[in-house]
Design a binder for this molecule. Structure first.
Ligand SMILES: *[C@@H]1O[C@H](CO)[C@@H](O)[C@H](O)[C@H]1NC(C)=O
Ligand SMILES: *[C@@H]1O[C@H](CO)[C@@H](O)[C@H](O)[C@H]1NC(C)=O
Ligand SMILES: *[C@@H]1O[C@H](CO)[C@@H](O)[C@H](O)[C@H]1NC(C)=O
Ligand SMILES: *[C@@H]1O[C@H](CO)[C@@H](O)[C@H](O)[C@H]1NC(C)=O
Ligand SMILES: *[C@@H]1O[C@H](CO)[C@@H](O)[C@H](O)[C@H]1NC(C)=O
Length: 194
């Protein structure tokens, strides 16, 4: 009797498992949230199947040997729509390449949680609002290119603490206020700020 009961219970679980969709891991969910927020007329995100066990086989996504996402390469992909705060959950991300699209809205504060980021390329989009102060937490960043958007407000002083910065381009935005001259900004020539 006990065996029969537990067997039918097991069958119920199996049926239930088959009916409910298999969900991707947290990083797949985060990238799928981005996909859901973007219009993709050229179908560059077609391979982003959220039912796969992780996003490592998706095109334009690169993972490390632990199946954690290290690169998202979607420059020049004709994408419209907005970024999502969930991107901040990609804790091993090193390269976020979304330049030359038609992305609008704000840069999420949560991108400051991507502490392994080496390159943040959001140039040539239609991003607006401020440059988040939280980007100063990106202490491994070497390339920060936000040029040719409609970003406004001041350049956050927190960026002066990023000693790894090699290339910084904030030109062709609607930024106001002083250009920092101390910290890592001592190394840059003013012409780059336009
Ligand atoms: C980009 O997408 C728009 C539709 O949103 C389309 O009209 C245009 O041809 C696309 N451009 C390229 C280069 O694919
Ligand atoms: C850019 O995005 C806007 C909406 O944010 C849309 O109306 C426009 O068609 C897009 N342009 C292209 C070239 O996709
Ligand atoms: C990520 O960043 C946001 C805003 O900067 C913050 O509120 C949140 O606690 C952070 N999340 C984690 C997991 O660190
Ligand atoms: C960026 O914006 C500047 C100023 O509007 C413009 O001269 C330049 O051509 C833009 N860059 C590109 C690649 O479109
Ligand atoms: C640069 O100066 C500003 C105030 O003018 C300060 O908030 C910031 O921490 C300084 N940066 C460094 C790296 O000392």
């Amino acid at each position: 009797m006990a065996t029969v009961l537990s067997l039918s219970f097991l069958c119920l679980i199996l049926v239930f498992a088959r009916l409910s969709p298999v969900s991707a891991n947290a990083e797949g969910d985060a990238l799928n949230a981005l996909k859901s927020n973007l219009a993709d007329p050229n179908n560059v995100l077609q391979s982003w199947d959220p039912t796969l066990v992780n996003p490592c086989t998706w095109l334009h996504v690169t993972c490390n040997s632990d199946n954690s996402v290290t690169r998202v390469d979607l420059g020049n992909a004709n994408l419209s729509g907005q970024l999502v705060p969930q991107l901040g959950q990609l804790e091993n991300l090193q390269y976020l390449e979304l330049y030359s699209n038609n992305i609008s809205g704000r840069i999420p504060n949560e991108l400051g949680n991507l502490t392994n980021l080496v390159s943040l390329d959001l140039y040539l989009n239609r991003l607006s609002g401020p440059i988040p102060d939280t980007l100063g937490k990106l202490q491994r960043l070497r390339f920060l290119r936000l040029n040719n958007n409609t970003l406004s407000g001041q350049i956050p002083m927190s960026l002066t603490t990023i000693n790894t910065l090699q290339v910084l381009d904030l030109s062709s935005n609607q930024l106001t206020g002083p250009i920092p001259v101390n910290g890592s900004f001592q190394l840059f020539t003013p012409i780059r700020f336009n």
